[in-house]
Design a protein around this ligand. Structure first.
Ligand code: ADP
Ligand code: MG
Ligand code: MG
Length: 256
C-alpha cells in the first residue's frame, strides 16, 4: 500500500519582483495512502499549486525544510522523471502546450517512460481508444498537438486521459474542475472516480470550489490557508466551507 508522507514542508519560490525568495509553504503535514481521496481546499494564493508543483519537482520551487517520502523513499532527492516513475502524477492547473508533439505520441512516450518498456502496440491503441471514448473525446483528438488550441475542457480531459492510462500511485489533481461546464465536470469526475475505484491510487484533489465534491466524494477535507493546512476533517468540512467560505481562515492573512 503506497503512502505519500509530507512532513513540515517549507517551500520558497524565486520571483522577479522580490530580491529574496518568497516563502509560500510554511509547514505542510499530510499523509496520503493509496485508495484514499483527500480534498485540499483553500482561497486563491494560499499555496495549493505550490504544493502540487513541489511534490512533482518543479525547478522554480525550492524546498527549504521538511520531508516528502513515498513508501519511505526520499521524493525530494528524485528528479522529475524519477518521481513520475515512482508513481507520482500531477495534473496541472494550467497545462502547457507542447508544440509538434501529438497527444498520441505524448501518451505513448509517457507510458513507455513510466512502465520502463514500450506498451505493446495493439493493446495500447485499444487502451487509448477506449479511454478516449469514456472521456467522450473525438478520435481526431489523438492527432492534435498537446494542449495547442485546446479548450479548457479539452485540456482537463487530456489530463484525465493521462491519469487513466498512466495509473499512478499518487495523483495530484490541481483544479481539474476549473473552467469546466457541468457536462464536462461530470465526465472528468467520472474519469477520476473510475481510477479511484481501482483502490490503487491515492488522490490529492486540489480545488477552490466545493462543486466538484458533489461528484467526487473525498475521504478527508483539508483547508489550506497561508501555506499550511489550517483544519482537517471529513466530507462535512466541505459543506461548512460551502456555507461559510474561507473568511474564518484568512483573517489577518495575506490571502484574499
Ligand atoms: P493557489 O494555487 O492556492 O492559488 P499558488 O501556489 O499558485 O496558490 O500561489 C501562492 C502564492 O505564491 C501566491 O502569492 C503567488 O503569487 C506566489 N507564487 C506562486 N508561484 C509563483 C511563481 N512561480 N512566481 C512568483 N510567485 C509565485
Ligand atoms: Mg490560484
Ligand atoms: Mg493554484
Amino acid at each position: 500500500m503506497a503512502t505519500l508522507e509530507i512532513h513540515d514542508l517549507h517551500v520558497t519560490v524565486d520571483t522577479e519582483s522580490t530580491d529574496r525568495p518568497l516563502e509560500i509553504l510554511r509547514g505542510v503535514d499530510l499523509t496520503v495512502k493509496q485508495g484514499e481521496t483527500h480534498a485540499i481546499m483553500g482561497p486563491n494564493g494560499s499555496g495549493k499549486s505550490t504544493l502540487a508543483y513541489s511534490l512533482a519537482g518543479h525547478p522554480k520551487y525550492t524546498v527549504t525544510g521538511g520531508t516528502v517520502t513515498l513508501d519511505g523513499e526520499n521524493v525530494l532527492e528524485m528528479t522529475v522523471d524519477e518521481r513520475a516513475r515512482a508513481g507520482v502524477f500531477l495534473a496541472m492547473q494550467y497545462p502547457v502546450e507542447i508544440p509538434g508533439v501529438s497527444v498520441s505520441n505524448f501518451l505513448r512516450t509517457s507510458a513507455t517512460a513510466i512502465r520502463g518498456e514500450a506498451p505493446k502496440l495493439r493493446t495500447w491503441v485499444k487502451e487509448v481508444r477506449e479511454a478516449m471514448e469514456r472521456l467522450q473525446v473525438d478520435p481526431s483528438f489523438a492527432e492534435r498537438n498537446v494542449n495547442e488550441g485546446f479548450s479548457g475542457g479539452e485540456k482537463k480531459r487530456h489530463e484525465i486521459l493521462q491519469l487513466e492510462l498512466l495509473k499512478p500511485k499518487i495523483a495530484i489533481l490541481d483544479e481539474t474542475d476549473s473552467g469546466l461546464d457541468v457536462d464536462a465536470l461530470r465526465i472528468v469526475s467520472e474519469g477520476v472516480n473510475r481510477v479511484r475505484e481501482t483502490g490503487e491510487v491515492g488522490t490529492l484533489l486540489i480545488t477552490h470550489y466545493t462543486r466538484i465534491l458533489r461528484y467526487i466524494k473525498p475521504d478527508y477535507v483539508h483547508v489550506f490557508a497561508a501555506g499550511r493546512i489550517a483544519e482537517s476533517g471529513g466530507a462535512e468540512l466541505a459543506d461548512k466551507l460551502e456555507n461559510e467560505g474561507y473568511e474564518a481562515y484568512t483573517k489577518g492573512g495575506a490571502s484574499e
